[in-house]
Design a protein around this ligand. Structure first.
Ligand code: SF4
Ligand code: MG
Length: 278
């Protein structure tokens, strides 16, 4: 059985107190508690402080380019269906330049997970307004307050067809690791948005802010509409598994038997061609 030591990668350069530490630990804990070995996982990350997670966790991994963790991760899963695949990145990476990929991954339902470390700021580049920054948000790098409104990540994945959507907080490790485990075990595309304070540059969305404002959903909502209504009522500040349903994932829809034998023999290529032509 794998241990934390087996999953420890490069030395971290994250700032002390950064919320990303708990998310990394939550992923490592989930891998251990679900009984997987490090080589059974691939962690594919984008660019930003969050993007370093593919180096800090010792497993298969690929630190890709800005906003492109999802297409690379989907390719990894199609190429090696036996791997458990996690795409990970930040809010600037995933909900800015990567937003189009996020919407299409949600509706495509490939069997993989997407964990977003949401600190509502661009941290690596020293604190610019991100697609998740509140209206009126100010930074030391900006000349005026934010004139835009933030992207709603979980409502977006829900309305676009994701089959597992949750929100978590890096300050609540217990709920976080339970959600990450459920997301990894879900068959289909699982999206978890994780509030992760940037202690160095974001002085609004702090640990104290989340402690005061977050509420927790006791159980998933029965319909997509109910889940979206609850997200709106709580101004997005709601954690828990918000929506879950089981339906055929992308591979099942293609009717392809993704196993290593058919992959190596070339039989999978023929199956793929036939199903695309059908
Ligand atoms: Fe974390 Fe912010 Fe430091 Fe980046 S700049 S490591 S997000 S605290
Ligand atoms: Mg960010």
């Amino acid at each position: 059985m794998a241990t934390m030591k087996d999953l420890r990668g490069d030395v971290s350069t994250w700032c002390p107190g950064c919320g990303h530490f708990s998310i990394m630990a939550g992923i490592q804990k989930a891998i251990i508690e679900l009984g997987y070995e490090p080589h059974e996982f691939a962690i594919i990350s984008g660019i930003g402080c969050s993007g370093k997670v593919s180096e800090y966790i010792r497993s298969n991994g690929f630190h890709t380019i800005h906003g492109r963790s999802l297409p690379v991760a989907q390719g990894v899963k199609i190429g090696n269906p036996e791997l458990k695949v996690i795409a990970s990145g930040g809010d600037g990476d995933g909900y800015g330049i990567g937003l189009g990929h996020f919407v299409h991954a949600s509706r495509r339902n490939i069997d993989m997970s997407y964990f977003v470390m949401d600190n509502s700021i661009y941290g690596l580049t020293k604190g610019q307004t991100s697609p998740r920054s509140e209206h009126g948000f100010t930074t030391k790098t900006g000349t005026s307050s934010n004139k835009e409104y933030p992207v709603d990540p979980v409502a977006t994945s829900i309305v676009n067809g994701a089959t597992f959507v949750a929100q978590a907080y890096s300050g609540d490790i217990k709920e976080l690791s339970t959600i990450l485990k459920r997301a990894i075990e879900h068959r289909g595309f699982s999206h978890v948005n994780i509030f992760s304070p940037c202690v160095t540059f974001n002085k609004v969305n702090t640990y104290d802010f989340y402690k005061e404002h977050l509420t927790s959903a006791e159980k998933p909502f029965a319909t997509r509409d109910e889940a979206v209504a609850a997200i709106r009522e709580n101004n997005g500040l709601i954690t828990g598994i918000l929506f879950e349903e089981l339906r055929d994932d992308f591979q099942a829809k293609l009717g392809i038997d993704f196993d290593m034998q058919s992959l190596e023999s070339g039989e999978m290529d023929e199956q793929l061609l036939t199903s695309i032509q059908a």
